[in-house]
Design a protein around this ligand. Structure first.
Ligand code: ADP
Ligand code: MG
Length: 249
């Protein structure tokens, strides 16, 4: 490596422009061959650096969102759920619902892809630089409960209200006590018309009385969630057992 190349490398490193290091030399040869202007060469280099920075900031956002697995909307087989409105999901993928602070609710039995779709939309939101957080309903309720016991609830609610999109997964797997329901109500009220929620549940709203000890709080939660929301009932068969069903044919 000649002296100039060494200096360029060390300056690019100190300016945190490391995306340019592996390519500036190769690009300069190509630029000379195709008679690029200096500005055109500079633009190419900057584009490369921008791409690297965007990729790493999206990766960081996806990491911070704490998804349990990474699945995209593009990987979702809409053909497997024939009654499902693919167009509606594609419309939601444009993420206008986040700007409008609307909610999305996926209801249906286990294995139909509720969590997959929630994560898929969450990943799209990360790519668009929204702050996203994924948490199971059980963990969220536990977290709020602990905070309420050690006088940190106000801060905890603030923390959850800072996300542009909060994904609450699997509401209904565990019964919800009156105290927990009140905490959930506070969270939902705090985010109401301020930030979006994607919620998944294996119970339809009319079955929520089975989940909640307190029907009045349950209806108050449903009321706020459902106002300005996009609700999907997925009632096809489980994708998890599809291969097993095929084998039985
Ligand atoms: N229509 C589908 N196309 C592709 N994969 C699917 C589909 N439905 C479910 N899956 C996959 O099946 C598994 C279970 O889906 P999941 O979203 O966890 O279901 P649910 O949350 O409704 O219980 C996941 O690995 C998911 O990616
Ligand atoms: Mg799920």
């Amino acid at each position: 490596m000649n002296d100039i190349a060494k200096q360029i490398d060390s300056r690019l490193k100190s300016l945190n422009l490391t995306g340019m290091i592996p390519i500036y030399n190769e690009l300069s040869v190509k630029a000379a061959q195709s008679n690029l202007q200096y500005e055109e060469y500079l633009l190419l280099l900057l584009e490369e650096e921008e791409k690297r920075k965007t990729d790493s900031s999206v990766k960081a956002k996806i990491g911070k969102a704490k998804f349990p697995f990474v699945k995209t909307i593009e990987e979702f087989d809409f053909g497997f759920q024939p009654n499902f409105k693919e167009k509606e999901i594609i419309r939601l993928s444009a993420l206008e619902f986040i700007d409008k602070k609307e909610n999305v609710i996926f209801l249906g039995p286990p294995g139909v892809g509720k969590t997959h779709l929630a994560i898929g939309l969450g990943i799209k939101a990360c790519i668009q630089k929204y702050r996203v957080f994924f948490i199971s309903a059980a963990k969220l309720l536990e977290d709020l409960f602990i905070s309420s016991k050690n006088q940190t609830l106000v801060n905890k609610l603030l923390m959850y209200s800072r996300f542009n999109l909060l994904i609450i997964d699997e509401l209904g797997y565990m019964p919800i006590s009156k105290e927990q329901a009140n905490l959930l109500f506070q969270l939902i009220s705090q985010r109401y018309e301020k930030g979006s929620i994607i919620l998944t549940s294996n119970y339809n709203f009319d079955e929520w009385t089975k989940v909640f000890d307190d029907n009045i709080v349950a209806s108050a939660i449903i009321d706020r969630l459902v106002h300005h929301s996009n609700i999907f009932y997925i009632n096809g068969s489980s994708y998890r057992i599809k291969d097993k069903i095929k084998k039985l044919d």
